[in-house]
Design a protein around this ligand. Sequence first.
Ligand code: CA
Length: 224
Amino acid sequence: MRILIVEDEKRLALTLKDLLGQSGYQADLAFNGNDGLELAKSGIYDGVILDVMLPQMNGFQVLRSLRAGGSMVPVLMLTARGELADRVQGLDSGADYYLTKPFENQELLACLRTILRRQPAIVPELLTFGDLTLNPASSQLSRGEKNVTLSSKELEMLTILFKNAGCFIPKETLLLKIWGYDSSVNANSVEAYVSFIRKKLALLQSSVTVRVARNIGYTLEDGR
Ligand code: CA
């Protein structure tokens, strides 16, 4: 899952990013309210950790704009101030949870798990398409008795394609969902991973293929 951290205290932001990374999340950082809002609106995040006191827009303003734009992304608000008034304001502006600094790492992770569980789109344990079964928990792709193990990026890409079977997913969306705003990757990375996935589909002798439509995107297609 991909989490956005909006926090202007860089040291804390980096610590949180590490903590989330160790816990199996991908995390991106924004250091002010405007950048945080722009990133949060992209729709690629499963959750947002949002500080209240931020340069440009404060966390409440970011949250209100986000909700006004229709985003339902779960938001965990952080603040150094624990007054009741803040807490009420946070919940009124659409926060899912409110955590007062300083907090324990385990407390933050527990809150994050709670707000992420509230998301309506729960990933089923097993995803199926055509003759294939994808098990995200074990990174196994199987066809009948045959299994292949997927790398983490292959798994992320296939999970997106399985969950959106029947729709073309733009290359840009795959790039952002899998690599975030890491500028060292580009469209060629998507193509490289599609080719790795195609090799694994061939190993499984699956009837499923990854179809590419130029300038539109990628989709799974069942050739049976
Ligand atoms: Ca702050």
